[in-house]
Design a protein around this ligand. Structure first.
Ligand SMILES: *Cc1c(COP(=O)(O)O)cnc(C)c1O
Length: 472
């Protein structure tokens, strides 16, 4: 049996290893086929893939823990940080290569907290102010570090952070304010300049979460798209995160956090010599980690160059135009401003959760989103990628079928789950939803509809329960 000592006690040949892995792999979605509209950032460029994977394996065994033993790390990181600093219009190249957006955002919270403590010392619980659209990696960082999160409102029309609402929530205890460029759910670029004016006046750290936009907004701007100001050219921006493994098109496991100055970068570095081992000095959360991701990111940036990124941004825009036209011709309404490469749509007469399920049966992954209670209705999210230029037409054709089908179905019935819910027994609640050990439902519409209305704590507990007890 898989996972048992029996299975482990006999060695597998290389051939057997790969035949098992091949089998596992077949149940996954295929990132390259242009049918996923979230999670991957696919260029469709096979040569780029070969180059970045080769760079990855060249450095995979080297450890970023000690740059004196592996000085190549300094060369590569300096270059990647420098390129990104110029894309984000910083005057100084100062940043840290990280394993992903979550780590970058953790470092933003950690750095802001260190600055705050250096001024005020430990005392009352520090606070973080952000619009509700900010990515949960920020809330997660706040939870890990004991920071209280204060949510600000968004404008109901643009779904962008409301600067006035942020202003009202800033107090003497505010350690940082976070906004997005753009946010993940709706793809709107928050009003960074207006917010920066407010935070500057109070001397509060402003972090721009550019995980999603960091490597596409600069190129969209070069192509003449109207992109609101979001980068270091805005006074008062202290730090920006940017994910190389998103629109940087590098393999997963690479992101950056940039600081306006080396002085600010000091706040993110952890050093410790109070033990009998090596000098410990970590710019990031992780300590030992492969240099493969950094090498692959370096290779990707240089193999594409500015021209390559512009070409890919053009493809994204072409896909965006077709997809917006397609959705709007079927009666969908676009949410937010969608200045970048993210779209979200709602429909007055059709249940979007059902559309997502039907599309999934047809082999497309679109992302169902709950929306914001009282502000934005349930909707469908799409992360657009260059590869979608080739698949947009087919997707829209299937969307027409799926929307027609969903429109004919009766409204979703959640009442029969309410009994199970009343029982309060998590196992039977999940079972009534078709979730059992090792078995997850294909149809998510009813589950989504139900989850949307339950208290967040209840849904979060169920999610934890599934992961702790039912995955395997
Ligand atoms: C993806 C994303 C993150 C988190 O990134 P991970 O790489 O998944 O850890 C944070 N913020 C935004 C806006 C994102 O899109």
């Amino acid at each position: 049996m898989v996972g048992s000592l029996d299975f482990f006690s006999r060695r597998l040949s290389a051939e057997e290893v790969f035949s098992v892995l091949e089998r596992y792999s077949r149940s996954d979605a295929e990132p390259r086929d242009g049918r996923l509209f979230a999670y991957v950032y696919e260029t469709g460029l096979e040569e780029l893939r070969r180059v970045s994977h080769r760079a990855y394996s060249m450095f995979v065994d080297k450890n970023m823990l000690d740059f004196t033993v592996f000085p190549s790390i300094i060369e590569m990181e300096k270059d990647v940080v420098g390129i990104t600093a110029s894309l984000l219009r910083a005057e100084e190249a100062s940043g840290v290569f990280t394993s992903g957006g979550t780590e970058s955002n953790f470092l933003a919270v950690y750095s802001a907290l260190n600055l705050y403590k250096s001024r005020r010392g430990l005392g009352e619980t520090p606070e973080l102010v952000k619009p509700v659209t900010v990515h949960p990696s920020i809330d997660k960082a706040a939870e890990y570090m004991g920071v209280k999160v204060v949510n600000a409102d968004v404008d109901p029309e643009t779904l962008k952070a409301d600067p006035g609402s942020i202003q009202e929530r800033i107090t003497g205890k505010t350690a940082l304010v976070v906004v997005s460029a753009p946010d993940w759910p709706f793809g709107s670029v928050d009003p960074v300049r207006e917010v920066a004016e407010i935070t500057s006046e109070r001397g509060v750290w402003l972090h721009v979460d550019g995980c999603l936009g960091g490597y596409i907004l600069p190129f969209l701007r070069m192509l003449g798209e109207e992109i609101p100001e979001y980068d270091f050219s805005v006074d008062g921006v202290y730090s920006i995160s940017a994910d190389l493994h998103k629109y940087g098109y590098a393999p997963k496991g690479s992101s950056l956090i940039l600081f306006r100055s080396g002085r600010l970068k000091e706040y993110c570095i952890y050093a410790n010599v109070r033990w009998p081992g090596y000098y410990m000095v970590n710019p990031g959360v992780l300590s030992s980690r492969s240099a493969g991701g950094l090498a692959a990111a370096w290779a990707t940036l240089h193999f594409l160059g500015v021209e390559g990124y512009l070409e890919l941004a053009r493809k994204v825009l072409a896909a965006k135009r077709r997809i917006v036209d397609g959705f709007e011709s079927l009666g969908y309404r676009k949410l937010g401003r969608a200045e970048a490469s993210i779209l979200s749509f709602t429909h007055e007469n059709v249940n979007v959760f059902r559309v997502v399920d039907i599309m999934r049966r047809m082999g497309w992954h679109l992302q169902a989103q709950f929306g914001i209670q009282g502000v934005a209705p349930p909707n469908i999210h799409l992360t657009l990628m260059p590869v979608h230029m080739a698949t947009a037409e087919d997707m829209v054709r299937d969307l027409r079928v799926a929307t027609g089908e969903a429109g004919k179905l009766p409204p979703l019935e959640t009442r029969k789950f309410m009994d199970a819910l009343a029982s309060g027994d998590v196992d039977s609640i999940l079972k009534s939803l078709g979730i059992e050990k090792g078995r997850f439902p294909e149809e998510m519409a009813v589950i989504n509809e139900l989850m949307r209305t339950l208290p967040a704590e209840t849904v979060e507990y169920m999610l934890k329960y599934v992961v702790a007890h039912l995955l395997y």
